[in-house]
Ligand binder design. Sequence first.
Ligand code: S3P
Length: 171
Amino acid sequence: SYKPEPGRNIILVGMMGTGKSTVGAMLAEELEYELVDLDHVIVETEGRSIADIFAADGEAYFRKAESAALQRMLEGERRIISTGGGAVLAPGNAETMLAKGLVVALTATEEVIIARVSGDANRPLLAGNAQDRVRAIMEERREAYRFAHCTVDTSELSAAEVSQHILMHYR
Ligand code: S3P
């Protein structure tokens, strides 16, 4: 199994609502690493919300900004990087992540994801019927998260349990 060098980054990937941001914050605190939430980096760089970026410039533009932010953040070490659900899609991103740290895919059942993301106005991909959108996106991305070094199903675990589990793979 994967044994990272000391100080190596941990990169969290997975669908919206699988707990990447919450778990990332816990890992950063536990390891005393820098927390990088990729969506926040994009919002800061762009000076506007994710919803505004999608509305004004579309998803393709967002993906470019996301890939640029990801590649930039992967240049450091001792970082916990929680990525947006679509950060695995652009060609090359998965390979770079694998080279730059322990990549952990978080998963959850459709029901759990729908419950966790319902009513979130800042997730433009879920506009309209969020339930149908979650289903469709999960289906589209079924293979997209398989490249990770390991996978943790977060459906029935607390964030603390998920981070303990990840630390077992890391230490
Ligand atoms: C997206 C997920 C979001 C955000 C954007 C697109 C996606 O991040 O990057 O709305 O394509 O799955 P979270 O996974 O943190 O919700």
